[in-house]
Write a new protein. Structure first.
Length: 133
């Protein structure tokens, strides 16, 4: 399987960056949208910093060879983030199935989790006949 890791890392960087910017710069409004107390905004702001930092890492490595043993820490970090996020959201959804933002977020997280699993456990330099190039 030939994955376009440059495109995948660019899309994940943009996705994580948008969430990071939202949480870092408008945490009070985000807390109000989700019905959280205003005191939660400091945790949202810190979480936004984490998201934005992760987005910057993905943006910086998007042109590198990634998969198998190549840039393994980046692949492991992304896989771990997205699989744990997907599992948390999928666990949350049955009681909150009517909340569309969480459905969308769960879908995006699940797709990225599967893609990053493929990146992590697939050698990027193998051709269709199984030989390395």
């Amino acid at each position: 399987m030939n994955l376009n890791t440059k495109l995948i890392f660019t899309l994940s960087a943009v996705f994580l960056g948008l969430i990071g910017i939202d949480l870092a710069f408008i945490p009070q409004e985000t807390a109000a949208f989700f019905g959280l107390p205003e005191a939660a905004s400091i945790f949202l702001q810190l979480t936004g910093a984490l998201y934005f930092g992760f987005a910057m890492i993905n943006w910086m490595v998007r042109g590198s060879t990634i998969g198998g043993i190549y840039n393994r820490p980046i692949a492991v970090g992304n896989f771990t983030h997205f699989i744990m996020g997907a599992l948390a959201l999928l666990k949350f959804l049955p009681q909150h199935f009517d909340q569309i933002p969480f459905l969308i977020l769960a879908g995006i997280y699940t797709v990225f989790a599967v893609i990053f699993a493929l990146i992590l456990f697939t050698h990027p330099l193998q051709t269709k006949n199984g030989k390395s190039t």
